[in-house]
Design a protein around this ligand. Structure first.
Ligand SMILES: [Zn+2]
Length: 106
């Protein structure tokens, strides 16, 4: 199975054709300054898209997503241990990704 990997930019903005850098926020989660989507590195090879948006509280010391997230497999946030990639959590195409992101609660 082929999975979608991240290049470190915001996956939501990228669906709209825009490259937006993610930055570490005060909760140590990568956040998009535009859409406030949150992405967190999990295990060695996963980047989990959280189901709620950030508050825009970015750290003063700039840490870019493109320096830490490149190549990680994008996955859904699930109520189960996130240690291995599974068919249910990883995204296989942009349609799945867009559907999940549209369900993110503010
Ligand atoms: Zn964004």
């Amino acid at each position: 199975m082929k999975y979608i990997t991240t290049n470190g930019y915001c996956p939501e903005c990228e669906l709209k054709g825009k490259k937006t850098e993610l930055f570490l926020n005060s909760g140590d989660i990568f956040e998009c300054p535009k859409s406030r989507l949150q992405l967190v590195k999990c295990a060695a090879n996963m980047a989990v898209i959280l189901r709620w948006r950030g508050k825009g509280e970015l750290r003063k010391t700039v840490t870019k997503g493109t320096d830490y997230l490149k190549g990680l497999i994008l996955t859904r946030a699930k109520d189960e241990p996130m240690t291995i990639i599974s068919e249910r959590t990883a995204f296989h195409d942009k349609e799945e990704l867009a559907e999940y992101i549209s369900e993110i609660i503010e």
